[in-house]
Design a binder for this molecule. Structure first.
Ligand code: NAP
Length: 282
């Protein structure tokens, strides 16, 4: 029941109406019998700082931040968790004693999915990341933090890959970081895991981002995209009997970690997973 004690959480983004987070978090609040609700707020970039004034004034308890606000939100909060600071972007905000703290649970969510779904731990592994945008930054820093031996970065915009490489080398000197220009995918031979962190594959008309002839036995192929669940990249990898992972696990676990930051309780993962699975299989 909603009453005068109901705590409000939400997601802000632009657009935001496609988000599955309200269903996932509300189901978790209900399962945990918490008097809380999670709403979607469509906020234009122009209104972001005003939105944060409202969040403070109204006592909103926690937020997820999505495209295009993850970087800009950094300047609207009071403090940042160290990994979010390295990434330069937040996807989670927690309000405590009137102060807003920012976190980034995207990379941790990806790694938790990797461990849970594929039983793969990053330590001493070599990762080839396609894309150097927000998601790739979040994943790159968390992989390096967890002891990845080598990370290769390829982005259509080379300066983006260069910036991420610089930041990774500076903060994690033990992790070898390589920038890949053009499409020299024979290099894939030297890697354990390929991660598509570009939007290429969301549309039916998108090309297959890597020619499967460069896949080697034992390569693990991940795509951050969850709609569709099986991108051309994942289908090609499955045809070669490789282990694959789509973006649904990352979506689930970034939400699980956010929920645990807000509530201090263990998230009802099974409930949250069921909600997401039901939505995507509709
Ligand atoms: P982003 O900040 O826009 O970064 C994507 C990067 O990939 C951009 O630098 C882009 O370059 C580059 N790129 C696009 N197409 C490329 C191609 N064919 N080859 C090489 N580079 C290419 O986006 P993001 O926020 O990091 O998100 C990336 C993907 O991850 C999206 O599909 C998003 O939906 C997904 N994602 C999933 C989750 C989850 O929970 N599963 C969470 C976050 C993100 P340009 O700027 O030149 O296009």
């Amino acid at each position: 029941m909603i009453d005068s004690h109901t705590q409000i959480y939400g997601i802000i983004g632009y657009p935001v109406r496609h988000s599955f987070s309200p269903q996932m978090h509300n189901a978790a609040f209900k399962a945990a019998k918490l008097n809380a609700r999670y709403l979607a707020f469509e906020v234009t970039p122009h209104n972001l700082s005003e939105a944060f004034l409202g969040i403070r004034a109204l006592g909103i308890c926690g937020l997820n931040i999505t495209i295009p606000h993850k970087e800009a939100a950094v300047s609207c909060i009071d403090s940042l968790d160290p990994t979010a600071k390295l990434i330069g972007a937040v996807n989670t905000v927690h309000s405590k004693d009137g102060k807003l703290t920012g976190y980034n649970t995207d990379g941790r969510g990806f790694i938790r999915a990797l461990k849970e779904e594929l039983r793969m731990v990053p330590i001493s592994r070599r990762f080839f990341i396609l894309g150097a945008g927000g998601a790739a930054r979040a994943i790159g820093f968390n992989l390096a933090k967890e002891g990845a031996r080598k990370i290769a970065l390829y982005d259509a915009l080379r300066p983006k890959a260069e910036k991420l490489a610089l930041d990774l080398r500076h903060n994690f000197p033990n992790c070898k970081v390589q920038i890949v220009s053009g499409l020299p995918f024979p290099l894939l031979e030297d890697f354990d895991c390929l991660i598509n962190a570009t939007p290429c594959g969301m549309k039916n008309s998108d090309p297959l981002i890597v020619d499967p002839k460069f896949f080697h036995p034992g390569l693990v192929v991940c795509d951050l995209i969850y709609n569709p669940l099986r991108t051309k990249l994942l289908k090609a990898a499955q045809a070669k009997k490789l282990k694959t992972m789509n973006g649904l696990g990352m979506l689930l676990y970034q939400g699980v970690i956010s929920w645990e930051i807000w509530t201090g309780k263990k998230a009802p993962i099974g409930v949250m997973k069921k909600v997401l699975t039901n939505i995507v299989s509709r």
